[in-house]
Design a protein around this ligand. Structure first.
Ligand SMILES: [Zn+2]
Length: 113
């Protein structure tokens, strides 16, 4: 899988964790305080984001504001953000996950599972 796609998936995971950690109900596991957890996650996020091309991060952030996430998996040839079905000739390509791609319907960054 393309390096940038892997990093975008990690970024998406961290954003989900941050959202959790910042929620009212969140209880920190182990000995760390909620603030320490958030601090660590933000630092990780910064490190990953800085290693992704800027225009890709920009697009990711724009999508995140619009949909609540910037990247979505394609499962069984269906975009899990907008539920558009990809044509068989696209879904059966052998060069999937080799570069950053976007859903032609909703514009979200996609990766193939
Ligand atoms: Zn879509």
């Amino acid at each position: 899988m393309d390096d940038v796609i892997e990093k975008l998936i990690a970024l998406n995971d961290i954003d989900a964790m941050l959202k959790d950690a910042e929620s009212e109900e969140y209880r920190s596991l182990g000995f760390e305080t909620k603030e320490e957890c958030i601090e660590k996650l933000k630092k990780m996020r910064e490190e990953i984001a800085s290693s992704i091309p800027r225009q890709v991060v920009k697009r990711y952030e724009k999508l995140r504001r619009k949909y609540g996430r910037g990247i979505a998996p394609v499962v069984n040839s269906v975009c899990t953000n907008c539920f558009m079905q990809f044509p068989t000739e696209v879904a059966s390509r052998t060069d999937k996950n080799q570069k950053v791609e976007f859903c032609p319907n909703c514009g979200i960054i996609i990766y193939w599972t």
